[in-house]
Design a protein around this ligand. Structure first.
Ligand code: ATP
Length: 606
């Protein structure tokens, strides 16, 4: 698959951010995050505005100093005028410094605080989205895009918006004051304005496109790094470090090409601006000198005028950059807003989870004529007309060849997906009529590959019940036959596992997962049996622990080794997405030419 189409598939390419009324209005929605900090934000705006106005006093007073000095050289006036103005200037600078400190700090504080709120909400939304959302996207790309978007928004709040206000004030104020100082000279400056504007707009359009492309390419490389690191064991096992490096290097090459294209354009624009800036200063000096000769303008006014012109030109030069930043920010807000608009399957809130209002279920499960097609694979029905009931406390084993649909069936039970047709009933009620979090709160999964989180063993067990006490954790560990191996570590339950801690063996991890499930005390239990066999001692410990765990709960076991399913209440044989046989071990063994019998004989021979 080409990288581009993979990107399309991810569905998160940078949206076009036109600065029209609609996109701005929508982007402003995110300003609601500023609301709690509104007072400080307004104070910062006022202080920024005041500071910018004070800047405008600078050229004026500079002009006054020049005039006073010229007057003195001509024999009139004295130094006190010059000194007084200089002191006033110093005073203004000090006030300005204070204001700068205040508004810079305020924008940072307010921007960061509201960004934290936004990050938290985006994260909450992200983890609450249904599986179908994740199936359609490359998760690594999604994560890196989201963080890039948030950084862009952060930058906008903290520096782009304040700069825009400052430059607008300087531009309008500067132009007004140049006009007051000398109408003629201002006319000359304004004549060159349209050319600048047209160039800036053309440039803005072009850079936007190129920088979007560069950002996409950079995101591609980030995805490569992420995927490689996630699968680092595979990479090493296949000795594919070189292959990955080449893939990364190629990605970087593509990024370099497009980023250099952007840089060339920017370089051209900057040299144009420099030329225009100095050109206009030369023009002003030249016309100013003539006006001075003709006595139409004073030295002081010419000084003022030149200084104001640099303000105005500086502001105009900044605008192109700020404009493109703003466009990027609006593009970024679009994606963040899209994410916030997606409906999560559960509601996640900060603070302790509200206690479930759902009474403890009995655990009767029924699949009624269930059909299922993965949303990402339309036209390919994975499950066809599945009928299956499990009464409270029964043990049901699902067996069948690889790809038959066992895991899919379990995903439906967990409501990671909903059936395309048919109904899933739990205690006689449609599973869709339960609140999802409450329903899942009464289920537990012991997966094939147990994922432990970074943290202590105790915390990992408590994942099944975050408010569990130390006693409860230990009791669960004992029941799961995990207590002894845990106590063999010098730090016992406080031993860190995961990335920065020790690594548990497969059998030990299984038992931690079982303890986790015991602690959660589910009504419905799902066991995805590990395919790899363990040594007989750990096998025995795990089987014992599972016995404890399954007692009194409706259990579904995805069984890969048929030896473990002999004593279940019913074995369901699934093949090609259909239930082909169902019954006890003995019943199924008795079917001449039956699939179970066939599978069993294969395993037996092994
Ligand atoms: P195994 O024993 O190998 O785990 P299984 O019986 O659990 O197999 P499933 O994982 O349920 O089989 O897969 C059933 C079918 O659904 C397969 O054809 C598989 O390719 C397809 N499938 C599984 N997950 C998805 C998905 N997220 N999107 C699209 N198709 C999927």
């Amino acid at each position: 698959m080409s990288r581009h189409s993979r990107n399309d598939q991810a569905g998160v390419e940078l949206p076009k951010a036109k600065l029209d009324r609609e996109s701005i209005r929508q982007a402003l929605e995110l300003f609601s995050y500023l609301r709690p900090y509104w007072a400080r934000f307004s104070a910062a705006l006022v202080s920024l505005f005041a500071g910018s106005l004070l800047s405008l006093a600078f050229p004026y007073l500079a002009g006054s100093i020049v005039d006073a000095a010229v007057l003195q050289t001509k024999g009139g006036g004295n130094m006190s005028g010059v000194n007084g103005t200089a002191l006033l200037l110093m005073g203004i600078l000090i006030v300005q410094a204070g204001l700068s400190y205040f508004h810079y700090l305020s924008f940072s504080a307010v921007g960061q605080r509201s960004l934290i709120d936004l990050r938290r909400d985006a994260y909450a939304r992200l983890i609450s989205l249904p599986m179908s959302f994740f199936a359609q996207r490359r998760v690594g790309e999604l994560a890196s895009r989201l963080s890039a978007d948030l950084i862009q928004i952060e930058d906008t709040l903290i520096s782009v918006l304040p700069q825009m206000l400052r430059q607008t004030t300087l531009l309008i104020g500067g132009l007004t004051l140049t006009a007051i100082t000398s109408l003629k000279l201002t006319g000359i400056i304004l004549a060159s304005l349209p050319i600048l504007t047209v160039v800036a707009i053309l440039f803005g359009r072009r850079t936007r496109k190129i920088s979007r492309e560069a950002q996409d390419r950079l995101a591609d490389t980030a995805t490569i790094v992420e995927e490689t690191l996630q699968g680092i064991v595979n990479v090493k096992a296949f000795a594919n470090e070189g292959y990955e490096l080449n893939r990364y290097h190629q990605g970087l090459g593509i990024f370099l090409t497009s980023t250099l294209r952007g840089a060339r354009l920017r370089a051209a624009f900057i040299s144009f601006i420099v030329l225009a800036l100095f050109g206009s200063i030369v023009l002003v000096l030249w016309s100013g000198a003539r006006l001075l000769q003709q006595g139409e303008i004073s030295f002081g006014n010419l000084t003022r005028f030149i200084l104001y012109t640099t303000f105005v030109a500086g502001a105009m030069g900044q605008f192109a950059e700020l404009y493109s930043q703003l466009q990027k920010a609006i593009g970024a807000t679009q994606r963040v807003r899209e994410l916030l608009r997606e409906t999560g399957e559960v509601e996640v809130k900060l603070g302790p989870t509200a206690p479930s209002t759902l009474a403890r279920l009995r655990g009767d499960v029924a699949f009624e004529s269930i059909h299922f097609t993965y949303p990402t694979r339309q036209g390919f029905e994975v499950l066809h007309d599945i009928n299956l009931t499990a009464a409270s406390g029964q043990r049901i084993a699902l067996v069948g060849p690889s790809g038959a649909g066992k895991s899919t069936l379990i995903s439906l039970l967990l409501r990671l997906y909903d059936p395309s047709a048919g109904r899933l009933l739990i205690d006689g009620k449609d599973a869709r009529d339960y609140r999802l979090a409450e329903l899942r709160g009464q289920m537990s999964v012991v997966p094939q590959e147990v994922l432990l989180f970074g943290g202590s063993i105790a915390e990992n067990i408590a994942y099944g019940k975050p408010d569990a006490t130390a006693e409860e954790i230990e009791q669960a560990a004992r029941q799961a036959n995990a207590h002894d191996f845990i106590m063999a570590f010098p730090e016992g339950y406080a031993t860190l596992v995961g990335d920065r801690g020790i690594k548990l063996s497969g059998g030990q991890r299984q038992r931690v997962a079982i303890a986790r499930a015991i602690l959660k005390n589910p009504v419905i239990l799902i066991l995805d049996e590990a395919t790899s066999s363990l040594d007989s001692e750990s096998e025995r410990l795990i089987q014992e622990a599972l016995e404890v765990l399954m007692r009194g709960r409706t259990s579904f076991i995805i069984a890969h080794r048929l030896a473990t399913v002999r004593h279940v209440d019913r074995i369901i044989v699934i093949s090609g997405g259909r239930v082909v046989e169902s019954g006890t071990h003995d019943e199924l063994q008795a079917i001449e030419g039956g699939m179970y019998r066939h599978l069993a004989s294969l395993q037996f021979r092994e």
